[in-house]
Design a protein around this ligand. Structure first.
Ligand SMILES: C[S@@+](CC[C@H](N)C(=O)[O-])C[C@H]1O[C@@H](n2cnc3c(N)ncnc32)[C@H](O)[C@@H]1O
Length: 269
């Protein structure tokens, strides 16, 4: 299946195999690796440069936030895991406040689709702490991070929590996942849109236009202080602000702990 996809896409198999031979990239969806590789698959780059540039891009979009300790399962508590990923570590002191704000006014029983979840599944107890009974669906491209959370919650026999090793570039799959559930639905896209844009420019717009009509509420977030050197395009983010304001109904726009959250719904809600 792996070989089929590579051949069908007409890409250089041995180079791609080399790219994913590094452990941190070894369990990414094929689609994502190919999209990244295609950005540099031209005559202007020698093979060594293609390999380096593709790995650099994959690191920026998928794995730079992770401690290497997360590539293997450890028998630790949720807070230990939350501290091992830059995004969840920075959010840790503020979880109750953030969840209280973005879920305000919704029924106490609801479905949360956390897209590009990283290790955010480990924050599940904060929903309970603020009185919500959540069916949680985490979707993440880095297979090792998905497996960590699956093992952790299997061990606790918590059936309300599920994780999927899928790419957000597989829009049809994501839409089906969301359509399958019933009841109130909320999507989180925390610190993910920059990663999507680095791989496929303007994909966030297509993605949001397809997802927002399917759910009650979407929250996107961005780091307001950056740990990686980001291009100006990502730093000012006027493009996404204008797009969201134009297409959807903004409910809240606030900043907590170096992260800006924008919550919105479709216009007719
Ligand atoms: C900066 S981290 C944020 C993680 C989490 N949302 C949080 O804020 O705690 C971005 C995450 O999005 C994931 N990601 C990026 N592009 C993705 C894609 N196309 N499909 C699935 N996950 C993706 C990365 O692997 C990474 O875990």
């Amino acid at each position: 299946m792996e070989a089929d996809l590579l051949v069908r896409e007409g890409s250089d198999n041995s180079l791609i195999k080399k790219i994913i031979s590094k452990k941190e990239f070894s369990d990414l969806p094929q689609k994502d690796v190919l999209l990244a590789f295609k950005k540099f698959d031209s005559k202007s780059f020698a093979d060594g440069e293609k390999l380096k540039l593709t790995r650099d891009l994959l690191r920026k979009s998928y794995t730079a936030f992770l401690s290497p300790k997360l590539l293997h399962f450890k028998d630790k508590d949720a807070e230990w895991f939350l501290k091992k990923h830059i995004s969840t570590r920075e959010r840790l002191p503020y979880y109750s406040e953030v969840y209280r704000k973005i879920l305000f006014g919704l029924p106490k029983e609801l479905n949360v689709y956390d897209l590009g979840c990283g290790t955010n599944g480990f924050s599940y107890d904060y929903f309970r702490e603020i009185g919500f009974d959540v069916n949680y669906f985490g979707v993440e491209a880095v297979g090792q991070v998905v497996n960590l959370q699956k093992k952790f919650f299997d061990g606790k026999n918590l059936r309300k929590v599920s994780f999927f090793h899928e790419s957000l570039f597989d829009l049809g799959w994501i839409m089906n996942l969301i359509k399958t559930g019933s009841g109130s639905k909320v999507v989180f896209l925390f610190k993910v849109l920059d990663s999507l844009e680095m791989i496929k420019r303007d994909y966030s717009k297509e993605f949001l236009e397809s997802i927002v009509p399917l759910v009650d509420r979407v929250t996107i977030s961005f780091a307001t202080k950056s740990f990686l050197k980001r291009r100006k395009f990502f730093a000012d983010r006027t493009w996404i602000n204008n797009f969201v304001r134009d297409k959807f109904k903004i409910l809240w726009d606030f900043e907590i702990g170096g992260e800006r959250y924008i919550t919105f719904s479709k216009k007719d809600l």
